[in-house]
Structures are given as structure tokens and as C-alpha cells.
Design a protein around this ligand. Structure first.
Ligand SMILES: Nc1nc2c(ncn2[C@@H]2O[C@@H]3COP(=O)(O)O[C@H]4[C@@H](O)[C@H](n5cnc6c(=O)[nH]c(N)nc65)O[C@@H]4COP(=O)(O)O[C@H]3[C@H]2O)c(=O)[nH]1
Length: 828
């Protein structure tokens, strides 16, 4: 201690005590004199320092030294401090402040006062550590504030004891409020939080404060200022507890998760669509490896996700598309980002199916392809219905056989191939015999089923290369290609006829036999077009039918002409009935024994265009085939009865009239009624009418037809069998028929004079007639010799040119009156 010290204590206090106090002060102390330049202190001299000064500053004893010497650089780095000391030393008030002494790199808490002019005492404490701690705290606080700012989170703090709830500005701005606007406290939470979510939040807080969960964390819907619900994630934990461990303070954050929740929702919706859509979805990475498939994909392809994960879509390849196709597809995806088109793919079970495919490239934020998404629609059902429509355009829906359209194109192709390769081709036209009767008798359903079975039966008999088609109704065609010899076709035809002969069992169990007629046209032949070939087969088929059904016939050129003529004839005959061009002629029938006229046979004549007379042989068969025979026959019956009703009786005996009746007529259910109606209308007694039926027409007749005849016979009408001897009638069969008259066919009468066998047949017929109680009439008697023989055999009646040709009605009337024909008219 320096004796010159101005700090020398007053006398009342012992000096050594001051010295001890001075040296033992915890604070550093320095007694100094400031040095000035003008009024500004520029340095100072340490006059006295205590031990604490040395200890705290780390400086050696600086007593007597200038600060600029003791602490180098201080006058430059800490001028403000020196000036401050100087101001206090020159009468300034005592000051207390904290200062960082740059030259010492230390913080001091300094109290300075002036005990004498230009002198000052500085008492200080080194506070570097505290200052650094404070600084660090401030920095950390600033950092935290920046983090909070940067994190975009809202912060909250909740004093569980006072209920005070404070929030950061972001907490409120997140929901559209101004900072401080919400004035939150636990009591008004229900005003801001969805009730369900609030319940969850309370529960979470309770469990956390009880220690059941490490943190409180709940997603909340909070009301925004605009009145919308906004998703917020609240997280927090207890940050302070009292001595007893009770929580006193909680703090936490609010994070805006609204967009995330919306995105989640959108994602969930997309996932629901993805899983539930009917379209198969396949997602691959940028290298084409499958990363995901949906349920529809599995249903469509048969592959589960596990089976295809990591594989490429090439497992679906059907092999129907070549590398060029796929290269073009990928080129388009690369250029436009998508591709759409139809693909044939293969299911796991090997089945190949058509699929509408659309592939899109998905790009990441940088524009690189990260995924490819394929949406696959199975269009096999659509394709199938398209194909069905296409099929129906070319096929017959009943039998599924190719139709006329297809047949023509096949014939055309077959003709070309035949021409090029030197093969021969045949077209067979097949028509079921009496199919109409099947329809009429059993109904259309049975008819349809029969057609289907016939189609099936025919299909089984044919080769792959042959085309079976149905043209409509009961008409089928068979195109036989690559035949070696023309008669190969006839073998097929025979085979088919054979097949058809097997009885068909109807749905009800009964059996039905059908036969068919087949016409065959050949190529190369005279036909040059498919139409012509078909016409030829058609014409040949008619020939087959005419020749007795259940057989086949080849086409020839003559047949074509005949067919054309037939067509013309048919339409002319149709109008002939309507235009009244038909006439009834009558051929006298004579009692052989007495030579008396007993009646006449009515025979139709066609006065075509008024002049040319056409004989029935030229049109009756056609009328029978086409059904025209029914109106024709009815007209003849009406005309004959009408004429006969005005004929005079001969020698007291009324004259009878015989009218030809075709099988088609008696097959009609109203035949008997029709005949009886005509008789009643004309006034002709039934006994004077004789119906002539051919033996063959009667043979195939059903019971219903015979019953009609029996009914007419009961009414008095006589029934004659025409052309007797040309068929195969047994006596037993004849007995069953309601007959009155047997007519010996002209062919036997013609040679009865000089052919023994014919004479014997005629003899037999007469005897049969007599045995069964029928009258017997011979037709076509031209000579007296024939008549003599017939007379000798005791044949009852005759008609023929010997007596008279068929006569027009008025000529026959004259004949009936006078016994001869009118002189100026030649009998027909
Ligand atoms: N060579 C020769 N012929 C004789 C002689 N006497 C008669 N004739 C002919 O022999 C045919 C007898 O008729 P049909 O056997 O019933 O044979 C008939 C009959 O089956 C059918 N027909 C004629 N008119 C009708 C009709 O109105 N309805 C039906 N369904 N058939 C008819 O046409 C066939 C042919 O009739 P037509 O040409 O009138 O021929 C008639 C007649 O003109 C003769 O002495 N010598």
C-alpha cells in the first residue's frame, strides 16, 4: 500500500485495517490519474491497484505505469473508456456501467468516481463469462426466433396453473386472424375447434399429463376467420412441473397440415378409384418394371401384384404385334407423353384378348419420366358383339350358316381358284321336300328346329373347304371346291340324301322323315357368274323335284331354258286365272253296253291371250308345284258344276260330270265344305258330280284327306281313281278308299288290241272293279277295236276320240242334245 495514497483512511479507522480491506476486496480496484490533451483524456496512470485487480485482469503490478504501457493498444482500441474515465475525473458524476475492454478481450462491470480532480477510482468486476453466456443466450434466442419464423409453425404456451394460454403470431395468421385477435383461452376452445377433434385433444392432453404418452399430438380441424375448417397438427408436452411433479406448464406447436390433409384425401379418393375402377391399371417405373397393379388388372389378366412386381409388361404380350408396332408406340409416348390404341394381350391362362390401352408418362418435378401408367380396358365383349353383328351380316341367324351374301363371295372366289388351278367346283342346291307341310302340321318352331338339325347334319357330312349355306326357307346350298371329277358331287349328294333319310325325333318325341331334292351345277361349265351358277343349280333342283323328289339332278343348258320358260309360264298362269283365260272343256263319257251318253269329264284349257289354246300337260304340273292348282281347281269345279247343272237329261238319266282334283286340293281342311258349297251354289245334285283323283296323289294321303273324301261320298258325290294301274295300289289299300269308279289309264287302252300284257292288265282292272263293286271306265279309246275288246271284258264306260275329243261347253251341250258335235267346230 502506498503511503501517498489519497485513500488514506481517516484517523478513526486504523490504517492497517484499510490496507487489509483494500487488499482483500473481491472487486478489482484501481486508483488512477487521467492524462489529457485539452479536455479529452487520452491515457491514465495507475497510481494504486489492489490484488484483485491483478488477479482479475491477469496484469502484473501496474502501479506507476501508464495504461498505454501496461495494456498495449488500449489507447487505440478503448478510447471511449479512457475518455469516459477522463470525464468522471474532471468533475463528472460517478458512473456505473458494463464495458468490454477490447485490449484485454474482457468484459468488466465498472463503477467509477473521482476522489480528486483529474483522478478517478475504478472498481470493477470481470463479467466476461456472464456476458458470454448472455450473448450466447441472445444468439440462441435469435436463432430460435429465426427457426420459428422459418418453420412456419405456430407456438403456444399454456400455464396449467393460471390457465393463461399464449400463442405466437403465426398460430393465428395460419387461420387467417390478425395476431392477438383470437384471444384464446381453454374456455373458448370449443369456438375454434371441431367438437370431435376437441374431444380427442382433451383426451390426448390428459393421457400425456398422466404420463401415458410421451407427447400430446392430435390433428384438429380449426375454424378459420372466413368460417372454413382448417386442418392443424397440434403437438406439445409438459415443460415444467412443480416440486410435487405436477405439470405446471405445457408448450407446443401448431403446424398447418391443411394441404397435406387435402392431398391425403385426394390420394385416398384416387386410391379408391384406382382400386375400384373397372379398368385395369398398371404402373411401371421409368425402366418399365411393374411397381403396382390394381384389382381390375388382376381380374382381367389373372396376374396378382406379387406375380408381376418388378417384371415388365411384356409378360402380357400376345405375339400378335411385331417389334415395329411397339417401337412406334414408344416413339409416340416419348414425343407426346401418351399413346392410345387397341392391343391384343395374353391372360395368365393363355387366352388372347383385345384390349383398349392408354399409356401415359408421368414426369417428376424436374420433368424426368418417373412412372408409366397404363389403363387397360378389356374390349373382348365389345369385339364379340361387333363380330356377332359382322357375323349376322354374313350368316343366317337360325342355323348360323353363311347367308346368300357370303355364298356369292365364296362362289366367286371358288370360281377364280378353280380357273387358276384347273380344279372343278360344284354348287348343290338342296330343297327339303314338303317342308311346308312340316311347318303347317307341326308349327314353325318344329320347322325351325328341323332346319337347324338338317344344317347340323349337313355340316357333319362336309369337308372344311366346302361351304354350306342357307338361302332362306328350306333352301340350302353346298359349294364343293377342288373336286377331281364331276361325279364327286353326286356322291356327296347321295350321301346327303342318305343322311336326311334318317328320321328326326321331334321335341315331342315323335319321329319325322324328310327327303330333299338336290340340283347340281358345275364349274367350269356354261355359267360365267356366281348368279348363273346358282340359277343352274336351282333349275337342276326343280328337275329333281319334278322327277319324283328325294333325288338329285345335274344341270344342263336345256334345263335352264325350261326353267326360264317355267318362270314365265308361272306368272302368265297366275294372271290367266285372274283374267278369265281358262275354259272348261268336256269329253263325253259313254256307257259301252248301251252306247248312251252318261256324262263328261271336265278338262281345263288355257286360251292364252284369247287365241292360242294350251293343253293342261303344259301347265298343270307347274300349277301343282307352285300351289296355283288350288285356285285353278276350285275355278274348274265351280265352272263344271255350273255347266253340268244346265245339261239336259238323256233318256230320263241326268248327265254326270267328272272333275279332276289335285292332291294339294284335298289336303286343304276346307275342301269338302268348298265342294259342297259349290254344289249348293250351282244347284247340281251331289250324285251327278264325280271327283277324279290320281292314284299317286291318294297314296301319300293322310287320314284327314281321306276323311274329307268320305264325307263327300256320304253326301252322294262319287269318287273315281284316275290312271288306275300306274301306281302300286294293293287291293287292301283300295278297299280302304271311299271309291266308286276305277279309270283305266290311256297307256293300257292304247295297246289293248295288240299287246297281251296290256290286255291282261285291263282285264284285271275290270275284274278288280267288279269284285270291289266299282264302275270301270276306260279312257283314251280311239278305235272301234279297242272298244270291242273293252266291251268283251265287260268294262262299263269309256271316253276317247272314238266318240269325241274334249269339247267347249256349248259344243258339249249340242252334243248332249243331238248326240253329235256342232258341225262347224272341230272337237278338242
Ligand atoms: N291321245 C288321246 N288322248 C285322249 C283321248 N281321249 C281323251 N284324251 C285325253 O286324255 C286326257 C284325260 O285326262 P286325264 O287322264 O284326267 O289327264 C288330265 C288331267 O290329269 C289333267 N287335267 C286336265 N284338266 C284338269 C283339271 O281341271 N284339274 C286337274 N287337276 N287336272 C286336270 O291334265 C291331263 C291331261 O289332260 P288333257 O290334255 O285334257 O288330256 C285328256 C284328254 O284330252 C284319246 O282318245 N286319245
Amino acid at each position: 500500500m502506498n503511503d501517498a495514497s489519497p485513500l488514506v483512511p481517516p484517523n478513526t479507522v486504523p490504517a492497517d485495517m484499510y490496507a487489509t480491506l483494500f487488499d482483500n476486496l473481491i472487486n478489482g480496484l484501481a486508483y488512477c490519474r487521467a492524462e489529457y490533451e485539452g479536455d479529452t483524456a487520452v491515457d491514465f496512470i495507475y497510481l494504486l491497484v489492489n490484488e484483485a485487480f491483478c488477479r482479475q485482469t491477469g496484469l502484473p503490478d501496474v502501479t506507476g505505469r501508464r495504461a498505454s504501457e501496461a495494456i498495449p493498444g488500449i489507447t487505440q482500441t478503448d478510447r471511449a473508456l479512457i475518455e469516459r474515465y477522463g470525464r468522471v475525473a474532471r468533475g463528472g458524476a460517478a458512473e456505473r456501467f458494463e464495458h468490454y475492454v477490447e485490449a484485454l478481450k474482457m468484459w468488466f462491470s465498472i463503477s467509477v468516481f473521482s476522489p480528486a480532480p483529474d483522478h478517478f477510482i475504478a472498481v470493477f468486476d470481470v463479467i466476461t463469462e456472464r456476458k458470454n453466456a448472455e450473448l450466447a443466450l441472445r444468439q440462441s434466442e435469435r436463432r430460435l426466433a429465426r427457426v420459428i419464423e422459418g418453420s412456419d409453425q405456430g407456438f403456444w404456451e399454456w400455464n396449467l396453473q393460471t390457465g393463461e394460454f399464449s400463442v405466437s403470431p403465426r398460430f393465428e395468421t395460419m387461420l387467417g386472424y390478425a395476431p392477438g385477435e383470437m384471444k384464446l383461452d381453454p374456455a373458448n376452445w370449443p369456438a375454434y375447434v371441431d367438437p370431435d377433434d376437441l374431444r380427442l385433444a382433451h383426451e390426448s392432453i390428459r393421457r400425456h399429463t398422466e404420463g401415458a404418452i410421451p407427447a400430446h399430438e392430435v390433428e384438429l380441424r380449426m375454424l378459420t376467420k372466413s368460417g372454413a375448417w382448417h386442418w392443424v397438427l397440434t403437438c406439445g408436452r409438459v415443460v415444467e412441473r412443480d416440486a410435487a411433479g405436477n405439470p405446471t406448464m405445457m408448450s407446443g406447436t401448431h403446424t398447418d397440415i391443411h394441404q397435406k390433409k387435402q392431398a391425403e384425401l385426394a390420394l385416398r379418393q384416387a386410391a379408391a378409384v384406382y382400386e375400384n375402377t373397372q379398368e385395369g391399371v398398371l404402373i411401371t417405373d421409368a425402366d418399365g418394371h411393374i411397381v403396382s397393379v390394381n384389382r381390375a388388372f388382376t381380374a382381367m389378366t389373372g396376374y396378382t401384384l406379387d406375380e408381376v412386381l418388378g417384371m415388365t409388361a411384356s409378360i402380357l404380350k400376345s405375339g400378335r404385334h411385331d417389334a415395329v408396332f411397339f417401337a412406334a408406340m414408344w416413339a409416340e409416348i416419348a414425343a407426346t407423353g401418351r399413346w392410345q390404341g387397341e392391343l391384343w394381350n395374353r391372360r395368365k391362362n393363355g387366352e388372347i384378348y383385345p384390349q383398349l390401352t392408354s399409356i401415359s408418362a408421368v414426369r417428376d418435378g424436374r420433368g424426368h419420366v418417373s412412372r408409366y401408367v397404363g389403363v387397360l380396358t378389356d374390349i373382348s365383349a365389345i369385339k364379340a358383339s361387333e363380330e356377332r353383328l359382322e357375323f349376322l351380316a354374313h350368316h343366317d341367324p337360325l342355323t348360323n350358316l353363311p347367308n346368300r351374301l357370303t355364298l356369292f363371295s365364296r362362289i366367286e372366289r371358288a370360281m377364280k381358284v378353280a380357273k387358276r388351278e384347273g380344279h372343278s367346283t360344284a354348287l348343290l342346291m338342296l330343297d327339303l321336300d314338303r317342308f311346308k307341310d312340316v311347318n303347317d302340321s307341326f308349327g314353325h318352331l318344329v320347322g325351325d328346329s328341323l332346319l337347324q338339325r338338317v344344317a347340323e347334319g349337313l355340316r357333319c357330312r362336309l369337308r372344311e373347304v366346302d361351304t354350306l349355306s342357307r338361302l332362306g326357307g328350306d333352301e340350302f346350298t353346298i359349294l364343293l371346291e377342288k373336286l377331281h371329277r364331276p361325279d364327286d358331287a353326286s356322291r356327296v349328294a347321295e350321301d346327303i340324301l342318305d343322311t336326311l333319310r334318317t328320321p328326326w325325333t321331334l321335341p315331342g318325341g315323335s319321329q319325322l322323315r324328310v327327303s330333299a331334292s338336290i340340283g347340281i351345277a358345275h364349274y367350269p361349265g356354261s355359267a360365267v357368274s356366281p348368279e348363273e351358277l346358282l340359277q343352274q343349280a336351282d333349275a337342276a333342283m326343280y328337275r329333281a323335284k319334278r322327277e319324283g323328289r328325294g333325288r338329285y339332278h345335274y344341270f344342263s343348258q336345256d334345263l335352264t331354258h325350261a326353267a326360264r320358260a317355267r318362270l314365265e309360264l308361272e306368272s302368265a298362269l297366275r294372271s290367266a286365272i285372274e283374267n278369265g283365260e281358262l275354259r272348261a272343256y268336256f269329253q263325253p263319257q259313254i256307257d259301252i253296253r248301251s252306247g248312251h251318253l252318261v256324262g263328261a269329264e271336265a278338262l281345263v284349257r288355257w286360251h292364252k291371250n284369247g287365241d292360242r289354246v294350251i293343253a293342261p300337260d303344259a301347265f298343270i304340273p307347274l300349277a301343282e308345284e307352285t300351289g296355283l292348282i288350288v285356285p285353278l281347281g276350285e275355278w274348274m269345279l265351280r265352272e263344271a258344276c255350273h255347266q253340268a247343272s244346265s245339261w239336259p237329261a238323256r233318256r230320263g238319266n241326268p248327265l254326270g260330270v267328272a272333275v279332276n282334283v289335285a292332291a294339294a286340293q284335298i289336303r286343304r281342311a276346307d275342301f269338302a265344305d268348298m265342294v259342297l258349297g259349290i254344289l249348293a251354289g250351282s244347284g247340281l245334285p251331289p250324285e251327278r258330280l264325280e271327283l277324279e283323283l290320281t292314284e299317286s296323289s291318294l297314296q301319300g294321303e293322310e287320314d284327314a284327306g281321306l276323311a274329307q273324301l268320305a264325307r263327300l261320298r256320304d253326301a252322294g258325290v262319287r269318287i273315281a281313281i284316275d290312271d288306275f294301274g300306274t301306281g302300286y295300289s294293293s287291293l287292301a289299300y283300295l278297299k280302304r278308299l271311299p271309291l266308286d269308279v276305277l279309270k283305266i289309264d290311256r297307256s293300257f287302252v292304247e295297246h289293248v288290241v295288240n299287246r297281251r300284257d296290256d290286255r291282261e292288265i285291263v282285264t284285271a282292272i275290270v275284274q278288280i272293279g267288279r269284285t270291289l263293286g266299282f264302275k270301270v271306265i276306260a279312257e283314251g279309246v280311239e278305235t272301234q277295236a279297242q272298244l270291242d275288246i273293252l266291251d268283251g271284258l265287260a268294262c262299263d264306260l269309256y271316253q276317247g276320240y272314238l266318240c269325241s275329243k274334249p269339247l267347249p261347253a256349248e259344243d258339249f251341250m249340242a252334243f248332249a242334245k243331238h248326240g253329235t258335235a256342232l258341225g262347224n267346230r272341230s272337237p278338242q
